[in-house]
Design a protein. Structure first.
Length: 122
């Protein structure tokens, strides 16, 4: 145990990684406990949130494809352009603050999830 303490004292990045992993594990445990108790997830773990967004996008896009195919094709174009635009803004560092950068990264993640749903539909 003392060896681990020395290692963590010498390497703060490792300490931060352990804290993040512990938080991740607690979220996973909370999700599984909730599912076992109620049959529903609490949607706090990143994996569960991502799966929920994917399912919602998939269902919405299926409905759009069945009811209005031209709007579905327009949506494909919009998603691809949004991904390119957000990646360009992140790569050229056009953000003014860390909050704005984080917001763009979240929007990029959402767009990539939507793109995956589109690819699975096609």
């Amino acid at each position: 145990m003392q060896e681990i303490d020395v290692l963590l004292d010498d390497n703060p990045a490792l300490s931060m990684e352990m804290v993040l992993k512990d938080e991740h594990n607690r979220q996973a445990h909370q999700e599984l406990t909730s599912f076992n108790d109620t049959g529903k997830f609490v949607n706090k773990h990143p994996f569960v949130v991502k799966q929920k967004r994917y399912r919602e996008s998939y269902e919405e896009l299926i409905e759009l494809k069945n009811t209005n195919p031209s709007a579905f094709l327009t949506e494909i174009t919009n998603v691809m352009q949004n991904i390119r635009r957000i990646q360009s803004q992140l790569n050229t560092k056009k953000y003014k603050s860390d909050e704005e950068r984080l917001s763009w990264e979240q929007n990029l993640e959402k767009a990539l999830i939507r793109k995956q749903a589109i690819e699975d539909i096609i």
